[in-house]
Design a protein around this ligand. Sequence first.
Ligand code: ZN
Length: 180
Amino acid sequence: MTTPASSPSDDAITGAATVTDRCVEANARYAAAFSDPGLSARPAAHVAVVTCMDARLDLYAALGLELGDCHTMRNAGGVVTDDVIRSLTISQRALGTRSVVLVHHSGCGMEGLGDEFRQELEMEVGQRPTWAVEGFKDVDQDVRQSIEKVRTSPFLPHTDDVRGFVLDVKTGELREIQPR
Ligand SMILES: [Zn+2]
């Protein structure tokens, strides 16, 4: 965080610093204090977590995970897309993970996003997106569908420990969703 009193000259030099400029500055401080913890590329807890890109989800804190413990795949909605299956396949087959945790959440921006979004997009840009929007109406149902997609993927050797949850962003609590 910068304060007006602390760095007037920096402010004058950078002008209107963008958020990316601030990230780069923060990295200089991070790297200066960094020491290699010597972690393996193979997640220590042998788990892959698939979740939403939502800015409110502090996954490591919410799940008691430490750096080096898990693979994390995030996208809009925490949807199990072909690309998530690609990452899970590499995670399991090349990097030793065995468990999959799916975390969707309350108040997701994908809730209620549907065909209208896709149609408006197509109208505006004159091109139909090749990807599905993957919005949903019922978050529990969406978690069940995601569990099913992972469990039935022919590419994944480990599908016996696949569990799905909804994280309440107001209370921080996880609620497990039972598969069909
Ligand atoms: Zn979300």
